[in-house]
Design a protein around this ligand. Structure first.
Ligand code: KIV
Length: 282
């Protein structure tokens, strides 16, 4: 079944959990889509997991469009949401609409995601007024890493918790059709989920959100170094890759690969004729 903004909103009403995963390329997007994920997020986390940047800040519109295009080519049914990179919407409402439009027109995305609360409501309203659905992103918003002074759980004290709830209501009022809650205490995420008419999609925000999102590389154990507490490993693709790469190297070096099974045949007569002709010429 094709997933749309309407089907995602209906899932909040029916209580059917929304599943979202990141993808950044054609092959992964095609597999996630075949498995039936509701939504695929082309996250600006691609800066780290695909491009090797230290954080999301260097990611450009061109990089987002390039990866979004690859993802949309692999997807039949999932709703593709593309992240608006750092400084593609903070600068002005005009930039926000223009760049959201590029992700849809050039990337093929069906919706865009941007980070922030009250301070980006004008942008959310202008983008939705341009008929582009918007997912908001609250809590730990990685584009604010320098302002936060690191990647920390958000909304833990009374003032910050009230501010998060207030921001959630404001982005809903501005027209966002869903909100990602990242690194928010479970009980606060539950409260926000109950207050909002639009779905909450949690990442490190507990089980009461209307849906969940994870970074594909984290949940398949394809990352190296520290991964956050919430990033459960659902499979060990990292080990599967290593096993495959090592077996290939060994078999090429030992001559075991490629065997006849993986090679093409030609009539012996053809080869013999060529050899004969060449020896006659010399
Ligand atoms: O960029 C991203 O992958 C995200 C998710 C972590 C929600 O924003």
């Amino acid at each position: 079944m094709k997933n749309t903004v309407a089907t995602i909103l209906a899932q909040k009403k029916s209580g059917e959990k929304i599943t979202m995963l990141t993808a950044y390329d054609y092959t992964s997007a095609r597999i996630e889509d075949e498995c039936g994920v509701n939504s695929i997020l082309v996250g600006d986390s691609l800066g780290m997991v695909m491009l090797g940047y230290e954080n999301t800040l260097p990611v450009t519109m061109e990089e987002m469009i390039h990866h979004t295009r690859a993802v949309t080519r692999g997807v039949q049914n999932a709703l593709v949401v593309a992240d608006m990179p750092f400084m593609s919407y903070q600068t002005s409402v005009y930039d926000a609409v223009l760049n959201a439009g590029r992700l849809v027109k050039e990337g093929g995305a069906s919706a865009v995601k941007l980070e922030g609360g009250a301070e980006v409501c004008e942008q959310i309203r202008a983008i939705t007024d341009s008929s582009i659905p918007v997912v908001a992103h609250l809590g730990l918003t990685p584009q604010s890493v320098n302002a936060f002074g690191g990647m920390k759980v958000q909304g833990k004290n009374y003032e910050r918790a009230v501010q998060l709830l207030d921001d959630a209501l404001k982005i809903q009022q501005a027209g966002a059709f869903a909100v990602v809650l990242e690194c928010v205490p479970s009980k606060l995420a539950k409260l926000i989920t109950e207050e909002l008419a639009i779905p909450t999609i949690g990442i490190g925000a507990g089980e009461c959100c209307d849906g969940q999102v994870l970074v594909m590389q984290d949940m398949l154990n394809l990352t190296s170094g520290h991964t956050p507490k919430f990033a459960k490993k659902f499979a060990d693709a990292g080990q599967a890759f290593r096993d495959g790469f090592r077996a290939y190297i060994e078999q090429v070096q030992s001559g075991q690969f490629p065997s006849e099974e993986y090679s093409y045949k030609i009539d012996d007569e053809v080869i013999e004729r060529i050899i004969k002709e060449r020896s006659e010429q010399s």
